[in-house]
Design a binder for this molecule. Structure first.
Ligand code: ANZ
Ligand code: ZN
Length: 826
């Protein structure tokens, strides 16, 4: 007989699918099928698909195929996240236009996706660098702008000296540029922001809705990123100044222990407060601070530095004069940029106090050593002391009480703070969406009129794109210089482009009406399909992309464009594909090439290896897997189909088939169904393997290949295997002459999912004998696969046993599942 070789039929099926389009979604509102919307995070077109893609898309594809087979109207689209720096850097290197590189890579990936047999609705493909896509980024930007949700401000920004562009806080990882690893510096620049902070509370509150459907760690990361804290704002009068200085504190209860204040050295306030006599020292210190990276600044083991500002503040509760210092450990852009320092109960403040000889006063008594002596602050709960009206109270009561006191005197109030900053969205690079604003010397910021959208990128290539610290667009004078839409005078276009995270914040909605040109999407279509039922992608997007997409969804809801507030009902993060215990990388030389793996083992075996190796969320070490075993397994399935086909025209009167095999088949179908619905895809494959063994046995040493039960098993195998190994499954289905499903499309992917017959799922039971001191005292009907613990508990509770024991002490219980329990008592 011929051997299984996937190369014999991959091309054939690829051509058929291109022709029959089995995965087109229907927008027909009268289509009675329930809808299911599944989105895989779209790829960045950096080259061909790699092993990581192969894993992620194998998972998403299995789920999409499952819901197709369950008769749902599935939307499973694909597109490309096509703007961004790598294309621009390649263009500079090669003297080309970024679009050359981008569209070429998109074509390569599209071809690889087709070969990988992903069940996409190809009619909806999009690329965010298409003007007909980014036009709507601009349109949405203007809607945000009208609502005050897009604005420009000057301030400290993260600047990557290598890429010569600003980065959002989210793109700075441990003080380094997320892209190139260069240490980020802080610079003052005027930049565009989205006011995501206005949505902080909603983003936090609605995270509760996602609980159970999103991985816990993603929700935790989002919560920490938003970083809501509660406390109070307290006003401190300053000697010789009319305006008080307000601090934000999470511990207003420790106010009596505030022995000095610290202002961020690089804040406008510090420079304002600084007394003339201290000016020179302050300026010298400030110059040092400006050189620091954020990593250095926030590191806790660095020795504290600072300068006295030459002024004193007055502690509002006890009238004490306390010195004001400038230091770098207080950040200019958190809270109010100034703190009351309570060295006894805050470690940073204690380190600072010990370095500069400032007083330490305990106001919360604990059982720990005196911080002034031990050098360790006591930040926990305790009993208030040295605190006037707060004495004797615990932390919580003291916080409530002091807020009342401050409120009464008009010196403070309860306050909430967020770690979340507004989203810095402008970039000084070329390959992105131009910001649709015109700057006019007389009218100021003027939105580009809607009928002039899209503002298309000018054609720049090669060296024109080299980073210069300002956007390359600034040098394109024909493009930059325009008439002001308001007054007709000479004006200039904004030359920054948008962060590419804008593109990916709403693409999941564009898929619902991808060619629509009356808006970013047709609301009816989005409301029919979205929110996305299942979103599959990497955990590296836990905060950036997923938080931004949630924010956009809420704004779109507020704009009345959609009628829901969360974009993704359920989220799955796939693990990584690593090799020899390490992430694949050029420098380690442990990269595995997906194309080569596919050439060698075939698409199906690679997909199946990805799925079988581990649960979707776990990493896969390619050094530990064995694609050859998957090739062998697929060959066994394929031979079962061949044997059944060879046994003659099919008898599909399954009820007449062998009862034993039917039980196995239905049990496996039932299990596979449950495991797939719970995303335990690796377990589902294990069950299919059991079914293959049982079927092979039935063919070789049981009722034989012509038995209807064998055909039933072979058909069930083909259909369920199609989730993971589409080519082999099609080939088997065709050989078996399996029935065409309700769609009329002759493909196993559009057949019907096998249904488990409950009558065949009823478990047989066995009789278990329970003895006490060698005498049979009870008999139990139990499942043949009952566990030792379960059987133990059942036996001890059996009536015959309790009666026989009658107060005797149990010495020993011997459990031999499923048939015998022996109890020794005295
Ligand atoms: C007095 C105090 C006493 C504080 C105490 C803590 C413990 P989270 O939870 O992150 O919101 N703080 C406020 N603004 C700051 C800034 N711009 N830079 C650095 N630190 C700042 O932290 C709030 C606490 O961090 C505040 O409460 C303040 O110190 C400090 F026993 O005030 B606390
Ligand atoms: Zn004007």
């Amino acid at each position: 007989a011929k051997a299984y070789d996937p190369r014999d039929f991959q091309d054939k099926w690829q051509a058929r699918w291109a022709e029959t389009e089995p995965f087109r979604a229907s927008d027909d509102p009268d289509d009675p099928r329930e809808r299911f919307y599944l989105v895989d995070m779209f790829p960045y077109p950096s080259g061909d698909l790699h092993m990581g893609h192969a894993e992620a898309y194998a998972i998403g594809d299995a789920m999409a195929r499952y819901w197709f087979l369950r008769g749902k109207n599935v939307l499973h689209p694909i597109g490309w996240d096509a703007f961004g720096l790598p294309a621009e850097n390649a263009a500079i290197r090669n003297g080309t236009h970024p679009s050359d590189w981008t569209y070429k890579n998109i074509e390569t990936q599209a071809a690889s996706f087709r070969r990988y047999a992903t069940s996409f609705d190809w009619s909806r493909r999009l690329a965010t660098c298409d003007p007909e896509y980014y036009r709507w980024n601009q349109w949405l930007f203007l809607r945000f702008y009208e609502r005050g949700l897009a604005y420009r401000k000057g301030g400290y920004v993260n600047w990557c000296p290598k890429d010569q562009t600003v980065l959002a806080n989210e793109q700075v990882v441990n003080g380094r540029c997320e892209r190139c690893g260069t240490e980020v510096v802080r610079r003052v620049l005027t930049q565009w922001y989205f006011k995501i902070t206005e949505y902080a509370d909603r983003l936090l509150a609605d995270a509760a809705e996602l609980e159970g459907n999103w991985p816990d760690r993603v929700l935790t990361m989002q919560r920490n990123w938003i970083g809501r804290s509660t406390g109070a704002e307290v006003d401190f009068a300053v000697e010789g100044r009319d305006e008080p200085v307000t601090v934000y504190t999470t511990r207003p209860d420790t106010l009596f222990g505030a022995t000095f204040m610290v202002v961020a050295a690089d804040s406008a306030l510090a420079s304002e407060l600084c007394a003339e006599g201290q000016r020179a020292e302050f300026e010298a210190y400030l110059a040092q601070v400006r050189k620091l990276t954020d990593i250095e600044r926030q590191s806790t083991d660095r020795e504290k530095t600072g300068v006295f500002l030459g002024v004193h503040a007055i502690n509002p509760v006890n009238g004490e004069l306390i010195p004001m210092w400038a230091a770098d450990y207080v950040l200019p852009d958190y809270g109010t940029g100034a703190i009351m320092a309570v060295p006894a109960h805050d470690q940073r403040d204690l380190d600072f106090a010990r370095k500069f000889g400032l007083p330490v006063r305990v106001v919360v008594a604990t059982d720990q050593a005196d911080p002034a002596v031990s050098g360790t602050a006591t930040p926990g709960d305790g009993t208030l002391v040295n605190s006037g009206p707060l004495d004797g109270l615990g932390k919580k009561a003291a916080i409530a009480r002091i807020i009342e006191v401050l409120d009464d005197k008009g010196l403070g109030k309860a306050a909430v703070n967020y770690r979340l900053r507004d989203w810095l969205l402008s970039r000084q690079r070329f390959w992105g969406t131009p910001i649709p604003i015109i700057h006019c010397p007389s009218c100021g910021e003027v939105p580009v009129p809607e009928d002039q959208l899209p503002v298309e990128l000018p054609y720049l290539r090669g060296a024109d794109l080299a980073p210069k610290g300002v956007s390359p667009l600034a040098a394109a004078s024909d493009w930059v210089n325009v008439e002001c839409p308001k007054c007709g005078g000479a004006a200039r276009r904004d030359t920054d482009t948008m962060d590419t995270f804008v593109d990916s914040s709403w693409y999941q909605f564009r898929y619902c009406s991808p060619r629509y040109d009356g808006g970013p999407f047709r609301s009816e279509d989005v409301n029919q399909w979205a929110p996305v039922d299942l979103y599959v992608g990497g955990v590296e997007h836990a905060i950036l992309h997923l938080l931004y997409a949630r924010f956009f969804t809420k704004v779109l809801q507020d704009l009345g464009l959609i009628d829901f507030g969360e974009p993704f009902v359920r989220l799955i993060n796939q693990g990584q594909v690593i090799n020899q215990g390490k992430a694949m990388s050029k420098s380690l030389g442990n990269g595995v090439n997906l194309g080569e793996q596919i050439d060698r083992f075939g698409v199906d075996a690679i997909r199946l290896t990805m799925i079988f190796a581990s649960p979707p969320q776990d990493d896969i070490d390619w050094a530990d897997v064995n694609p050859d075993a998957m090739v062998k397994f697929l060959g066994r399935v394929w031979r079962i189909a061949a044997d059944v086909a060879a046994a003659g025209p099919g008898n599909r009167d399954f009820a007449a088939g062998d009862a034993g095999l039917r039980r196995v088949t239905h049990k496996m179908v039932d299990e596979v169904t449950r495991q797939v619905e719970n995303y335990h895809l690796n377990v589902a494959v294990a069950r299919l393997m059991e079914l293959v063994s049982a079927t092979r046995k039935a063919i070789d040493s049981g009722p034989g290949a012509a038995d209807p039960a064998v055909r039933e098993a072979a058909e069930a195998l083909a259909v369920s295997l199609s989730l993971f190994a589409p080519y082999t499954a099609e080939e088997c289905w065709e050989a078996l002459g399996g029935p065409v499903g309700p769609s009329g499309i002759p493909s196993v992917a559009r057949a019907a999912w096998p249904a488990a017959d409950p009558a065949l799922l009823v478990q047989e039971t066995v009789t278990c004998v329970v003895q006490v001191n060698g005498k049979v005292r009870d008999r139990l009907e139990v499942s043949p696969d009952i566990t030792e613990a379960e059987l133990h508990d059942l036996a001890m509770a059996a009536t015959g046993v309790t009666r026989a024991l009658a107060g005797q002490e149990v010495k020993r219980v011997v459990v031999r599942p499923p048939k015998l329990v022996n109890i020794v008592a005295a």
